[in-house]
Design a protein around this ligand. Structure first.
Ligand SMILES: *[C@@H]1O[C@H](CO)[C@@H](O)[C@H](O)[C@H]1NC(C)=O
Ligand SMILES: *[C@@H]1O[C@H](CO)[C@@H](O)[C@H](O)[C@H]1NC(C)=O
Ligand SMILES: *[C@@H]1O[C@H](CO)[C@@H](O)[C@H](O)[C@H]1NC(C)=O
Ligand SMILES: *[C@@H]1O[C@H](CO)[C@@H](O)[C@H](O)[C@H]1NC(C)=O
Ligand SMILES: *[C@@H]1O[C@H](CO)[C@@H](O)[C@H](O)[C@H]1NC(C)=O
Ligand SMILES: *[C@@H]1O[C@H](CO)[C@@H](O)[C@H](O)[C@H]1NC(C)=O
Ligand SMILES: *[C@@H]1O[C@H](CO)[C@@H](O)[C@H](O)[C@H]1NC(C)=O
Ligand SMILES: *[C@@H]1O[C@H](CO)[C@@H](O)[C@H](O)[C@H]1NC(C)=O
Ligand SMILES: *[C@@H]1O[C@H](CO)[C@@H](O)[C@H](O)[C@H]1NC(C)=O
Length: 896
C-alpha cells in the first residue's frame, strides 16, 4: 500500500484533523513543547501501556511510552494525541511503522476499550500474524478514522465495524480475512468517504456493488485484488448513491462485464479509475464523454478489444494506461488533440497502428511514452522531437526502419529509460557526441563524477538499443548509462571506448553479436561497477587483458565466439563474484588453472568449450560447490576425471536453487540506490543441438567433457551427482566399465558415453532412469544383452552401434540363449516435462526481472511518481496472481 493510496490517505488524515479542529476536538500538538499542567487520564494511560505490552518493539520505537516519572504524561508519547479540552486520548497513530518503527503485534489488549474517546486509530503495517480481528474495535464508537492496512489480521471479516457509525475513513486492506459472506455492515456507515477493503476475499459477495451504492458520501473506493465477481446487472439500475465518487480502484478482480463502465459513467466527478487486470473483454463502451475530471485511467491487462475509446472530452487526462489489451485500429493525432495535460501515454502491446502526420504538433508534453509494439514505422516518428522532457521512452518493436535522426538525442536529454530494441533503426551515434559536447554534464573528469550526478546520462540509466542496425563507433558518453545493451547491431571498429572514465557507473554492458574487432585494450580499470559484460560473437582478438581483474564486481563474463588467444589471465582470480563465465569458441590455450576452483567459488556456469586448453582437470575444480553447468568440451584435456566430483554440491544434493539466474546491480541516483535486474542466458549443445536457455537455466545441470583426450575409468563417484540432468563424456579415451550404480542418476535426461573404449555389460540400473530421453553408447566395447526394461529398448538402435558384441532389442542381433520380452509401452513419456514445467515458472520470474528492470529506472517527478508505483504495484500483484495460477497448474499436473 504505497504511493497513491498512501498519498490519499495522508491527505484525508489531514482533512480529518482539520475537521476535528473545526468541531472543537483540537489535537494537542504544541503542548508537546510547552509546560504541561494537566496529565493524561490515568485509565487511558494504563490502557496504552497494556496496548504496548501486546506489541513487540524490537527497535524500541515506543521508548517514550513508559511508567517512569518523566514519562507520566501519555499525551506526550509518540503517536498519542489528546484532546486539548478534555484530556482524553483522541488519536493513536503508529502509521509510520514501516518506515520508522519496527513493531510487531502479539495481541490487542482488551484494555484498549478504555480509549472510548478515540477518534483516530492507525496501526498500518503492524503485523498481527494472522490473529483474529479484535472484537473490541467495534466498541470504539467514536472512531472516525480507522486504518488497519497490512496488519495481517485473519479470521472472519470484522462485521463489527458496522457499529462504528461515525467512520469517515476505513482501510482494512492487506489483511487475511477468510471468505467474506456479505457486506451488510457497510450501509450502516453512512458518513464513510474513504473505503479500502483491498485483498479481502469478496468472491461470494455478489451484491458488493449494492452495498457500495448505499454509501452516499463515498469518494474513494478501493477493492483491489478482492476476487470481485461481476456485479449483478439489476443492482446497476437501483442507483441511489452519491455522485461524489472521485477515485475507484477495482483492479485485479474477476470483473467481466462492461456494465461496470456503465455504472461508472454516471460518476462524472471521477478523477481516478483503475480496472486493470480484470476479465473485461470486448470493446470499451463510449462512456468517457462525461468524465471531464478524469486524470488517471488504468485499463491494463484486460482483454479489451475494438478501437481506442473516444478521449476527446477527457481534457484533464494525465495518465493513460491501456497496455496489454487487444485494441486495434489506426490512431491519428486527432485522437489526442484535446489531451493537453497528458503526461504518460501507455498503449503498449496492443495491435494499434499510429499513423501520425509528420507535421503533427502534439498538444501535450509527455514524460513517458510507452508504445511498445505499436506500429509507428517505417519512418522515425517525427513528433517525438516536440517532446522535450521525456524521461521514459519505449518504442521497441514498432516497425521503425529509418535512420536515427540527428535531433533524437537532444529530445532524450533527460531520458532515464529507453527501449528501442527490435526495430530496424540505422545510422550512427555520431551526433550524440556533438549534441552534448558543450554540456557540463559531459565533463568526464573523475572529480566531477564523484559529485552529485548532473543531467543527461546520469539519468539515462537504462538504454536498450539492441536488435537494430546501428553502426559504430560507440561514443564513450553512452557508457555513462547504468545499463547499456547494444547487442545485435552492426557496430564495428575497436572497443577502445571502454577505457573511458565515463564507464565508472556502468553495471551492464552487452555488445554481443556485432562486428567489433581488434584487441581489448588493457585499460578496464574504470569498470568498477560492471556486473555483466558480454562481448560474445564479435571479432575480438589478442589476449584477455590483465586489467579484467579490476572489474572486481563482475558476475557474468561472456567472451564466446571471438578470436581470443593465450591463457586465462590469473588476475581473474580477483573477480570472486563471478557466477557465469563463458569463453567458449575461442583460441585460448594453456592448462585449466587451479585457481578457478580456489578463487571463483561462486561459479554456477563455467564454459571453456572449444578452445585449446590442455593438461589435466585439476582437483581444485571440485571446490566449485555451486557449479551447475560445466562445459570443457572440445579441448585437448588429458588425464583422468577427478574422483572428487561428488564434492560438487549443487550437482550432488538437492540444494534450493532458483530456476533462473538473476542478478541485481545498483545504480545510484543522487543519494538513493536503486537496483536493476538481469537474467543470465547460456547457449550450449543440448541433446545434440545448440540451444539458448534462459528461463529454465537454473534447471539445467550438466557436465560436458566430450571431445577431449581423457583416459582412465569413469570414477564411480560420478553416481553421487544425482541432480545431474545431462552427462556427456563422449569422444574421449575412457576405459573400464560403466559403474553398476549409474542408475542412481535419477534426474538424468541425456547420457552420452559414445566414442570411448568402455567395456563390459550395460548395467541393468541404467534401464531404471525413467527420465532418460537421450542416450548414446555407440562406438565402445560394450557386450552382452541390452538390459530389458521400459527405457533402453525405446532408443534407436544407432545409439548402441559400434559395439559389435551387444545384442538383444532394439538391436536386430538376438542374444544366443534368451527369451526376449520387451515392454515398449510407456516409452514416449513426456519428454518435454522438464521444459514445460520450468517454462511455466520462469514466465513469472522473467516477468519479475522485467518488472524490476523498469521499476528500478523510474524515478519520476515526485508529484506523480505515485501513479507509477501504483501501476507497478499492480504488476507486482499480477505476478503474484500468475505465480499462484502456475502453482495450481503444477499441482494439477502432478495429481494427474
Ligand atoms: C487549547 O484550547 C484553547 C481553547 O480552545 C486554545 O486557545 C488553545 O490554542 C488550544 N491549545 C492548543 C495547544 O491547541
Ligand atoms: C514551566 O513550569 C515551571 C514550573 O511550573 C516554570 O518555572 C517554567 O517557567 C515553565 N516554563 C514555561 C516555558 O512555561
Ligand atoms: C456495538 O455497540 C454497542 C453499543 O453501542 C455495544 O453494546 C455492542 O457490544 C457493540 N457491538 C460490537 C460487536 O462491538
Ligand atoms: C445514471 O443516472 C441516470 C439519471 O440519474 C439514471 O437514469 C441511469 O439509470 C443511471 N445509469 C446507470 C447505469 O446507473
Ligand atoms: C468523440 O467525441 C467528440 C465529443 O463528444 C465528438 O465530437 C467526436 O465526433 C467523437 N469522435 C468520434 C471518432 O466518435
Ligand atoms: C524492451 O522491449 C522489448 C521488446 O518490446 C521487451 O521484450 C523488453 O522486455 C523491454 N525491456 C524492458 C526492460 O522493458
Ligand atoms: C549530425 O548533425 C549534422 C548537423 O545537424 C547533420 O548535418 C548530420 O547529418 C547529422 N549526422 C547524422 C548521422 O545524423
Ligand atoms: C583486485 O580487486 C581490488 C578491489 O577489490 C582492486 O583494488 C585491485 O586492484 C584488484 N587487483 C587486480 C590485480 O586487478
Ligand atoms: C571434498 O570434500 C571433503 C569433505 O568436505 C573434503 O575433505 C575434501 O578435501 C574435498 N576434496 C576436494 C578435492 O575438494
Amino acid at each position: 500500500m504505497q504511493g497513491h493510496e498512501r498519498c490519499l490517505k495522508l491527505f484525508l488524515a489531514f482533512a480529518l484533523l482539520l475537521l476535528q479542529y473545526a468541531q472543537g476536538g483540537e489535537v494537542d500538538h504544541s503542548q508537546r513543547d510547552t509546560n504541561v499542567t494537566r496529565r493524561c487520564i490515568e485509565r487511558e494511560r494504563q490502557a496504552l501501556l497494556a496496548f504496548k505490552r501486546g506489541l513487540v518493539d524490537k527497535s524500541d520505537s515506543l521508548s517514550s511510552w513508559g511508567s517512569e516519572a518523566q514519562k507520566q504524561d501519555c499525551c506526550r508519547w509518540i503517536g498519542v494525541y489528546c484532546s486539548n479540552q478534555t484530556g482524553h486520548v483522541i488519536q493513536l497513530d503508529l502509521s509510520y511503522n514501516s518506515e520508522f518503527y519496527n513493531l510487531q503485534g502479539k495481541m490487542i489488549s482488551p484494555k484498549l476499550i478504555e480509549l472510548q474517546h478515540l477518534q483516530h486509530l492507525d496501526l498500518t503495517e503492524i503485523d498481527f500474524n494472522g490473529s483474529q480481528f479484535p472484537k473490541l474495535f467495534g466498541s470504539l464508537t467514536n472512531l472516525r478514522y480507522l486504518a488497519l492496512s497490512s496488519t495481517n489480521f485473519g479470521g472472519k471479516f470484522p462485521s463489527q465495524v458496522g457499529n462504528l457509525t461515525n467512520l469517515v475513513y476505513l482501510d482494512l486492506s492487506g489483511n487475511d480475512f477468510t471468505n467474506v459472506e456479505n457486506l451488510d455492515c457497510l450501509p450502516l456507515l453512512s458518513l464513510l468517504r474513504y473505503l479500502d477493503l483491498s485483498s479481502a476475499n469478496l468472491s461470494n459477495v455478489f451484491d458488493w456493488l449494492e452495498a457500495v451504492n448505499k454509501l452516499p458520501e463515498l469518494t474513494n473506493l478501493a477493492l483491489k485484488g478482492c476476487d470481485l465477481p461481476s456485479p449483478i446487472l439489476s443492482t446497476l439500475s437501483y442507483i441511489n448513491s452519491s455522485k461524489s465518487l472521485v477515485s475507484v480502484d477495482l483492479s485485479l478482480n474477476h470483473l467481466s462485464t462492461s456494465s461496470i463502465f456503465l455504472w461508472l459513467s454516471n460518476y462524472t466527478s471521477l478523477v481516478y479509475l483503475d480496472l486493470s487486470f480484470n476479465l473485461l473483454a470486448g470493446s470499451i463502451p463510449d462512456v468517457f464523454g462525461n468524465m471531464g475530471s478524469l486524470a488517471h485511467l488504468y485499463l491494463l491487462h484486460n482483454q479489451l478489444a475494438g478501437s481506442l475509446p473516444n478521449l476527446t472530452n477527457l481534457s484533464s487526462l494525465g495518465f493513460l494506461f491501456l497496455s496489454n489489451n487487444q485494441l486495434s485500429g489506426v490512431i491519428s493525432g486527432i485522437h489526442f488533440s484535446k489531451l493537453s495535460k497528458l503526461h504518460v501515454m501507455d498503449l503498449s502491446s496492443n495491435s494499434l497502428v499510429l499513423d501520425i502526420h509528420a507535421d503533427w504538433i502534439p498538444p501535450f508534453q509527455l514524460d513517458s511514452i510507452m508504445l511498445r509494439s505499436c506500429k509507428m514505422g517505417p519512418d522515425f516518428p517525427k513528433w517525438l522531437q516536440t517532446q522535450i522532457s521525456l524521461s521514459y521512452l519505449d518504442i521497441s518493436d514498432a516497425g521503425i526502419s529509418d535512420i536515427l535522426p540527428s535531433w533524437f538525442w537532444s529530445s532524450c536529454r533527460n531520458v532515464k529509460f529507453m527501449n528501442l530494441t527490435n526495430n530496424h533503426i540505422r545510422g550512427t551515434f555520431a551526433n550524440l557526441t556533438l549534441e552534448f559536447s558543450n554540456s557540463p554534464a559531459l565533463d568526464l573528469s573523475s572529480n566531477q563524477l564523484e559529485g552529485p550526478i548532473p543531467s543527461f546520462l546520469s539519468k539515462a540509466s537504462y538504454l536498450d538499443l539492441s536488435s537494430n542496425k546501428l553502426e559504430g563507433p560507440i561514443p564513450s558518453v553512452l557508457l555513462k548509462a547504468s545499463y547499456l545493451d547494444l547487442s545485435n547491431n552492426k557496430i564495428s571498429g575497436s572497443i577502445s571506448f571502454l577505457c573511458s572514465g565515463a564507464a565508472i557507473r556502468l553495471g551492464f554492458l552487452n555488445l554481443s553479436t556485432n562486428n567489433v574487432s581488434g584487441l581489448v585494450p588493457d585499460c578496464l580499470t574504470h569498470l568498477e561497477s560492471l556486473v555483466m559484460l558480454d562481448l560474445s560473437y564479435n571479432a575480438l582478438s589478442g589476449k584477455i587483458p590483465t586489467t579484467i581483474g579490476s572489474v572486481f564486481q563482475i558476475e557474468t563474463l561472456k567472451l564466446r565466439s571471438n578470436r581470443f588467444v593465450g591463457q586465462l589471465p590469473s588476475s581473474l582470480k580477483n573477480c570472486t563474484s563471478l557466477r557465469v563465465v563463458d569463453v567458449g569458441d575461442n583460441k585460448l590455450s594453456g592448462p585449466i588453472p587451479e585457481w578457478l576452483g580456489v578463487s571463483l567459488k561462486n561459479l554456477v556456469i563455467l564454459m571453456l568449450w572449444s578452445n585449446h586448453f590442455n593438461g589435466s582437470l585439476p582437483s581444485q575444480l571440485c571446490h566449485l560447490i555451486r557449479i551447475q553447468n560445466l562445459d570443457f568440451s572440445m579441448n585437448n584435456i588429458s588425464g583422468s576425471i577427478p574422483p572428487c566430483l561428488n564434492n560438487l554440491t549443487a550437482l550432488s544434493q538437492k540444494v534450493h536453487s532458483s530456476l533462473t539466474s538473476v542478478h541485481t546491480f545498483p545504480f545510484i541516483y543522487v543519494k538513493k540506490k536503486r537496483y536493476y535486474l538481469y537474467e543470465d542466458d547460456a547457449t550450449f549443445i543440448w541433446k545434440g543441438r545448440m540451444q539458448m536457455y534462459k528461463s529454465i537455466l537454473g534447471f539445467v545441470k550438466r557436465i560436458d567433457l566430450s571431445s577431449n583426450r581423457l583416459t582412465g575409468e569413469i570414477p564411480s563417484e560420478i553416481t553421487h551427482l544425482v541432480e545431474l540432468v545431462s552427462l556427456n563424456l563422449s569422444g574421449n579415451q575412457l576405459t573400464g566399465q560403466i559403474t553398476p550404480e549409474i542408475g542412481n542418476l535419477q534426474s538424468l535426461d541425456a547420457l552420452d558415453l559414445s566414442r570411448n573404449q568402455i567395456e563390459g555389460r550395460i548395467p541393468t540400473s541404467l534401464s531404471r532412469i525413467d527420465r532418460l530421453s537421450f542416450l548414446d553408447l555407440s562406438f565402445n566395447n560394450l557386450f552382452g544383452e541390452i538390459p530389458i526394461g521400459t527405457q533402453l529398448q525405446g532408443f534407436d538402435p544407432s545409439v548402441y552401434a559400434g559395439n559389435p558384441q551387444l545384442c538383444g532389442p532394439p538391436l536386430k542381433k538376438m542374444c544366443a540363449d534368451q527369451n526376449v520380452q520387451t515392454d515398449l509401452s510407456n516409452q514416449d513419456k513426456d519428454k518435454d516435462e522438464l521444459i514445460t514445467l520450468g517454462f511455466y515458472i520462469s514466465m513469472g520470474l522473467g516477468f519479475a526481472a522485467g518488472f524490476w528492470g523498469v521499476c528500478g529506472t523510474l524515478i519520476f517527478k515526485r508529484s506523480w511518481r505515485y501513479a507509477y508505483f501504483k501501476f507497478l504495484n499492480g504488476l507486482n500483484d499480477w505476478l503474484y496472481v500468475r505465480v499462484a495460477m502456475i502453482k495450481r497448474q503444477l499441482k494439477d499436473m502432478f495429481n494427474r
